[in-house]
Write a protein that binds this ligand. Structure first.
Ligand code: CP
Length: 316
């Protein structure tokens, strides 16, 4: 049974198949044709953390596939009062596939280990394959094919999003320059790093000019964790760490001056939500090179392809 968790299990050919399927489904939709390949299928969407894009894009995508998506918040269901393994095995009896935004990737792996239905890691502390694959689609569109993407830069903190994006790009033969003074400790996966580095496509440097030279795309993501915030404010127990990160990472902010100086050809990417004035400036979000909102839209197109690929359906 197929699962999409870390992308360690997927080959270059798998990633290219997903890209081709997403492009086909999106092109069909853009001409006004229906893409209802999965009538009567249900996607279960289990969330242990908050979301805007992931929830909307999976749910809207499943509607367009002719199926149905059920949103399940672990905090307002019975997960809190029982054994996780028992509850998730019951949950999976109701759907054709499960997407799981989990606090711990170990829970996603445990869920997949039952091999009841295909499982997608929809952003855990270590991985975000839906984001990485959607970003591959966005870069392919803006470069006239993924083969034309030669180099990307990851700026800021190494994290779950950079892990899966780096691995996907490295497998596709795209050079990845990581400019990050620190990695988010809970995101580190040595096996993933070794797999990515074995391609000889990954470089870590703090030399901005060298990293940005010849880059086609510059990506960044929040330096902060979702858990730091409540109702738009920093929770008191995280204030010290929030301030420390702000000081450490500010020299690596993605802003218009940086792009215009070192890589005026590079497109600007951010998986969102953006923390404006921290990892990205307003003038970078609104820069003519920004493709950030295309990234957000492409979550839906790629995730439709992911669900179909997992269920081994072809698009005609
Ligand atoms: N990029 C992303 O996963 O966005 P959400 O956290 O809003 O789902």
């Amino acid at each position: 049974m197929r699962h999409l968790i870390s992308l360690k299990e997927q080959s270059k050919e798998d990633i290219l198949s997903l890209l081709e399927l997403a492009q086909k489904i999106k092109a069909k939709r853009n001409t006004g044709e229906l893409t209802n390949y999965l009538p009567n299928k249900t996607l279960i969407m289990l969330f242990q953390k908050t979301s805007t894009r992931t929830r909307l894009s999976f749910e809207a995508g499943m509607t367009e596939l002719g199926g149905h998506a059920i949103f399940l918040d672990s905090r307002t269901s019975q997960f809190a009062m029982t054994d996780f393994g028992d509850e998730i095995r019951a949950v999976m009896r109701y759907g054709a596939a499960l997407m799981f935004r989990a606090l711990k990737s170990a829970d996603v792996y445990q869920t997949a280990s039952y091999n009841q239905i295909p499982v997608i890691d929809a952003c855990s502390e270590k991985y975000h394959p839906a984001q990485a694959l959607s970003d591959i689609l966005t870069m392919a569109e803006h470069s006239g094919g993924i083969a034309n993407v030669k180099k990307i830069v990851w700026l800021g903190v190494e994290n779950n999003v950079s892990n899966t994006l780096t691995l996907a790009c490295a497998k596709l033969g795209i050079k990845v320059a990581i400019v990050a003074p620190e990695a988010n400790q809970q995101s580190i996966d040595e096996e993933l790093n070794q797999q990515a580095e074995a391609t000889n496509n990954v470089e870590r440097t703090l030399n901005m000019a060298e990293a940005l030279s010849g880059a086609n795309y510059i990506h960044t993501d929040t330096w902060m964790d979702m858990e730091f915030f409540e109702n738009g404010k920093v929770r008191p127990q995280f204030i010290e760490e929030y301030e420390r990160r702000k000081k450490l990472f500010m020299p690596y902010q993605l802003n218009a001056q940086l792009v215009n100086t070192y890589a005026p050809q590079a497109k600007i990417m951010h998986c969102m939500p953006c923390h404006v004035g921290y990892e990205i400036s307003r003038d970078a979000i609104d820069h003519p090179n920004s493709v950030i909102f295309d990234q957000a839209e492409n979550r839906m197109h790629m995730q439709k392809a992911m669900i179909m690929w997992l269920l081994e359906y072809a698009a005609n």
